[in-house]
Ligand binder design. Sequence first.
Ligand code: S3P
Length: 428
Amino acid sequence: MNKEVHPARALNGTIKLPPDKSISHRSVMFASLHEGRSIIRNFSSAADPHSTIECMRGLGVSVSEDENTVKVKGVGREGLRSPEGDLDCGNSGTTMRLLSGIIAGSGVPARLVGDESLSARTMKRIIDPLTEMGAKITARENDFAPLEISRSGPLKPLHFPLPIPSAQLKSCVLLAGLFGEEQTEVIETLPSRDHTERLLNLTIKEKGEEKHIYSSQGDKIPEQSYRIPNDFSAAAFWLVAGAIHPNAEITLPNVGMNPTRFGALGILKQMGADITVSNKQKEGAEPVADLIVCSSDLQPFKITEEVVPNCIDEIPILMIAMLFANGVSRITGAEELRHKETDRLAAMAEVLEKAGADFTEYEDGFEITGEANFLPEPASYNSYHDHRIAMSAAVLSMMGDHPSQIQHAESTAISYPSFWDDLSLLTN
Ligand code: S3P
């Protein structure tokens, strides 16, 4: 589906954001492993978390849905059963990588498949540690889905300094560790999102710059009954839209404010974005707040390797902000974006090129020379079926003086099913 995006004269309104995708995935997985029922409110209706629900059903867990409330009858660590068919993870890397940890740990044999994009994403990063823990994994070219996972011998504990700052990898190993008699230890030097640790209440020891996280059979898996915060990663599109548009005021209630997720907020504020944070509260294990963004004068910014995990999903939309900041912005240490739903650095280079921006693409990032009154050329932007590229190109298109096209616009449903409706709401 192609979507035409018209220049926006103003951006005003209050947006009901989608529920957090990362927490939605985890809530249903962890509720399945809990012995007893959980009621999860404000569960995401996006495609990715629904892939997780279907996979948990495939493993024998009863999951019912009523609007945004999901009820799970947890079967406990011992209660998963081998699925009759493949577990289809769809487009979702989080589903495939976290579930692989659960399957390897439980020893229940299963075959995990994904769509074309997911089948082209590297799985070696999880295959290696899970194999060390005693799992047997066969994969296409020893790297890609379909993944066939089983285990005949005992589960071995792992001492695992993270080779890349990935929350999916960290969570995968910790989830496998939950089934082991002895403790598995994951060591993190650059902080990535910590929803797994929080929701499972895992033991953490801070040692200097390092965080040591532990999991084992001895950890009680808590009931997962709470309300999921709205998704900060979805909020980021409107935070940038509001900041770069000359006539904007956008209110975003109840946004997840986990410090390992909101790097983009600090970056935008340091760029000069007029963002007000109010009504700070806690929902379950996660902090939330209301955000209001107004038109702003932006300054350039340098994003370096150590902050990348904290804004990994927001880098495409932060690049749009940089286009409207007077001067030279830089992004380095972001090579990991080449391994997302598409090669996001390449896809964004194409967007910037078509818009007529002044930029250089590097292997691990960008240099972007922005100007406050940058006027993107009208274009037909290829999202490469990647939700975050489609939404970034849409925000850029609203700043033009002629309509632009977004190709494969339906991909927004992966994380933000009401994105196009919200865009209309703000512009009308
Ligand atoms: C996620 C972790 C990140 C992020 C993805 C969701 C998660 O991936 O990009 O959208 O829920 O754990 P990596 O851990 O691979 O960086």
